[in-house]
Design a binder for this molecule. Structure first.
Ligand SMILES: Cc1cc2nc3c(=O)[nH]c(=O)nc-3n(C[C@H](O)[C@H](O)[C@H](O)COP(=O)(O)O)c2cc1C
Length: 186
């Protein structure tokens, strides 16, 4: 069985989850190929895999509501109509914020792909020391917005972001993707 893992990570959080998924599938006997989403084409994937995948897994970060390079996953979903589809969004947001998570998934996937996709979410982190100039500017806006919300009305998850502002945080751990691994491997 062939698996295509699409790694859309910018700062490495979802990339590490992609590696964990690839390694778990490989251990279970799958023929696994991981491709980065940058420059992804269906043709390259088909050539690399030597045929169509039975499974396509996307792992990528949420950037202001947009799942990075989600187009690669959507293109793969439309090309590989018989493949099982699994999406892992990775973000600061805690997975307990299920409504917010589902909203992001819905907003990023066309309805036909949304319906076919098994969806999961895991916490990543925030690499303040590594972010690009553009991302730093965007984060400054997020910080101002959160600060403008009265402390009593802030979600604990947002307060945590303010409390750790300027330091690198990393919540990536295998436990966070156990539900996904269980769905794939039982
Ligand atoms: C510019 C910027 C915008 C972000 N926007 C959100 C957001 O809207 N919601 C959220 O929960 N996390 C947000 N994050 C946090 C990222 O989703 C988090 O850092 C994630 O781990 C990135 O994954 P990656 O390193 O694999 O790309 C943002 C991070 C940056 C740098």
């Amino acid at each position: 069985m062939k698996a295509l893992i699409l790694n859309a990570s910018i700062y490495g959080h979802s990339g590490r989850y992609a590696e964990m998924i690839a390694s778990a599938l490989t251990d279970a006997g799958w023929d696994v190929h991981t491709l980065t989403t940058k420059g992804f084409t269906v043709e390259t994937a088909t050539t690399t895999l030597g045929g169509e995948p039975d499974l396509v897994v996307y792992a990528g970060g949420n950037y202001a509501g947009k799942l990075h390079d989600i187009k690669a996953f959507v293109n793969a979903a439309h090309a590989f109509t018989n493949a099982r589809l699994v999406l892992l969004s990775v973000a600061w947001a805690d997975p307990s914020r299920t409504e917010d998570v589902d909203k992001v998934h819905r907003a990023n996937l066309p309805s036909d792909v949304y319906e076919r996709t098994e969806r999961f979410h895991a916490r990543g982190g925030l690499a303040h020391s590594k972010v690009s100039f553009a991302h730093k500017a965007a984060l400054t806006g997020v910080h101002a917005f959160m600060k403008a919300t009265p402390a009593s009305k802030r979600h604990a998850n947002d307060q945590e972001m303010l409390d750790t502002w300027g330091t690198d945080t990393d919540f990536v751990k295998r436990d966070n993707i156990e539900p996904l691994l269980k769905a794939l491997l039982g």
